[in-house]
Design a protein around this ligand. Structure first.
Ligand code: OOG
Ligand code: NI
Length: 265
């Protein structure tokens, strides 16, 4: 079972670093020759019937993951769930879905036009979680989405791929605090997401997080090819609960700011 999970995340990682070359370099920098353990991987989708959150989650459930938490992001119009594996060295997975019906008719129409291009059983394909953008989208539609939802625009441009991987600081050798990690990243010239401060969360909420700003990478739209924000890398440090076990959930107030790592700066 875990061999299959490992193979799945290897495929997802390879697809991710194709458009996020900084992640590979940062992994080498922080790992210093040792394996880097991923705290979690995050996915984005639309709540349409064909591709809703459950259609992504079923691939994880089949590999032994279970649903562990639910989150609501009112301003961004998103619902999310997170999944955990019994082997805690396997990454947790955070999946959010955009509540399409809460957007303007124009945005809903663009999104429906994208999803309509997918085969009925698109989400059943083994490689669905690393299948990328399987629809055609124009740059004009991308910009219309961007005006109402950066999330919708990102998903239209990039499709099904990890939005980010996350380094588990707890498992790193040579770094104790999230500030140590951030300082090493800044010294190496990487830009951090400063929305809500460089460090989101604290020991009281049992989770501290930071992230890079997304790399920029070329996307082929129907009418032009242009560089836009691709994916980012996140860093998480977890604190123990009263029972001594590390907190395994997410913190909605922090996640709300992590989403902004793909904003065009
Ligand atoms: C997910 C943002 C939330 C976290 O760790 O809180 C998240 C996204 O940007 O799609 O990953
Ligand atoms: Ni994350």
């Amino acid at each position: 079972m875990t061999a299959n999970v490992t193979a799945l995340f290897d495929n997802i990682w390879q697809q991710y670093i194709e458009v996020t070359p900084s992640a590979k370099n940062i992994q080498d920098l922080l790992g210093n020759g040792n394996d880097v353990i991923n705290d979690h991987v995050a996915y984005r989708t639309f709540n349409n019937e064909k591709v809703g959150l459950d259609h992504l989650a079923k691939h994880l459930i089949a590999l032994g993951y279970t649903e562990c938490g639910q989150y609501d992001f009112a301003a961004k119009k998103l619902t999310a769930k997170h999944y955990e594996h019994s082997d805690d060295t396997m990454p947790k997975v955070f999946i959010s879905e955009l509540r399409v019906e809460e957007f303007s008719p124009q945005v809903q129409q663009i999104i429906n036009k994208l999803v309509d291009q997918l085969p009925e059983d698109a989400s059943n394909q083994d490689n669905f979680l690393y299948s990328g953008k399987q629809w055609q989208v124009s740059f004009a539609d991308y910009q219309t989405l961007l005006a109402e939802s950066e999330y919708a625009a990102w998903l239209a441009a990039w499709g099904y791929r990890a939005n980010h991987f996350t380094v588990s600081i707890n498992h790193l050798e040579g770094y104790e605090t999230i500030e140590d990690v951030n300082n090493a990243l800044k010294a190496a010239g990487y830009l951090l997401n400063t929305s809500g401060g460089e460090v989101k969360g604290n020991e009281a909420v049992k989770l501290e997080q930071s992230s890079t700003l997304a790399d920029k990478f070329e996307v082929t739209f129907t009418d032009k090819t242009i560089e836009i924000p691709s994916c980012f890398y996140e860093f998480a440090k977890r604190y123990p609960l009263a029972n001594g076990e590390l907190y395994t959930g997410f913190v909605a107030a922090s996640a709300d700011k992590i989403f902004e790592s793909t904003d065009a700066k």
